[in-house]
Design a protein around this ligand. Structure first.
Ligand code: FAQ
Length: 311
């Protein structure tokens, strides 16, 4: 019977049909999805911190309102994604426990500090830009709830990306000091943004199987190339230089050539030794502990409500 189920599953994947929560699926497929979706959810939640750092210091009411809306969107993305993981039988409290005890990962990119307000623009431009590149194909991921969550998330990410680019355009029309801030932020975020796509294909243990299951639709290197091709003209329009002397158009390939990111840095940051890892996790742990009374109150309320319904 298991063999027939497996055959049916393989057949649906081959026909590009969606797998839904109640369908039979191989354990490895379920495990891979929980891992990727949980890591993605954790990234959205931890990703609120670098930007949250500037909420109280945004230079105008308008910029503060925009940033506040963006950070709230990220909380929403985290919640959709935890819900998608729950359709696979994962438990949200358990996933949060694994995040704060470092048994599950979140994106390396959120372990870098936001030193000036230009970093807020560059996060929108490069970090959300990379996120969109990676996530648009995930709208066609084989697992229904994940793919559907991605549709809405991508719409919001596009808005985030444009607000970042608009912020930077405004700064570039400003003073010499503002233009220097934008260049400096670009220099610091460029390489970490390329690392968001994960290790090179030859060093990526999960890609092959995830592609076969159509969870991932492109390899890490394919998406990284797409991001570089998309971003170079945007940098030119903005008037900043990307910090890579090897960057040049390759007419034969029809793509930009670019330099090799420092993969030892990515390993270090994933391993917990990036500039802000300890701070990010400590903050998340504290927020979780301080929220205990809210969870207790919600549970007590639900119990009371259920008791009243019974009576
Ligand atoms: N950071 O075999 P692969 C956002 C891990 S966007 C940390 O290639 P896979 C929006 C990987 O998990 C950011 N860990 O793995 C936003 C695996 O470890 P494991 C979130 C990384 O899964 C913007 C190991 O290395 N986006 O939040 C990283 O096939 C602004 C081997 O790697 C997503 O999560 C890394 N950069 O490919 C929010 C997108 N790269 O689990 C706020 C969905 C790799 O075996 C502000 N995820 N690792 O122990 C994906 O597309 C994939 O999971 C990849 C990695 C491409 C990230």
């Amino acid at each position: 019977a298991e063999e027939a189920l497996q055959r049916h599953f393989d057949d649906r994947i081959a026909r590009d049909q969606r797998i839904e929560p109640r369908d039979w699926m191989p354990e490895g497929y379920r495990r891979t999805l929980v891992r990727q979706i949980a890591q993605h959810a954790h990234s959205e939640i931890i990703g609120m911190q670098p930007e949250g750092n500037w909420l109280t210091r945004a230079p105008s009411l308008r910029r503060k309102a925009i940033l506040l809306a963006k950070v709230q969107d990220e909380a929403g993305h985290g919640l959709y994604l935890y819900s998608a993981a729950e359709t696979l039988g994962a438990d949200r409290a358990d996933l949060t426990g694994k995040l704060i005890s470092s048994r599950q990962k979140y994106s390396s990119i959120f372990n870098y500090p936001t030193l000036t307000f230009a970093d807020i623009g560059v996060i929108g431009w490069l970090v959300d830009g990379a996120a969109i590149c990676n996530q648009v194909p995930l709208c066609r991921s084989s697992f229904g709830p994940y793919a559907r969550a991605m549709v809405r998330i991508c719409k919001e990410e596009s808005f985030h990306q444009r607000q970042g680019y608009e912020l930077l355009m405004t700064m570039m029309r400003g003073t010499e000091a503002q233009r220097r801030m934008v260049q400096d932020a670009t220099d610091r975020w460029w390489w970490p943004s390329l690392m968001m796509f994960g290790p090179p294909d030859g060093d990526s243990p999960n890609t092959q199987q995830s592609m076969a299951w159509r969870i991932k639709r492109h390899t890490n290197d394919e998406l990284r190339q797409k991001f570089v091709d998309m971003t170079v003209p945007q940098a030119e329009a903005l008037g900043v230089t990307l910090p890579d002397p090897a960057l040049s158009w390759n007419a034969e390939r029809g793509h930009y050539d670019f330099g090799e990111p420092d993969w030892s840095e990515l390993k270090r940051v994933i391993g917990g030794s990036g500039p802000c890892n300890a701070q990010r996790l400590e903050h998340r742990r504290r927020a979780h502990e301080e929220g205990q009374w809210v969870r207790d109150a919600a549970v007590a309320h639900a119990a009371k409500h259920a008791a009243r319904q019974e009576a």
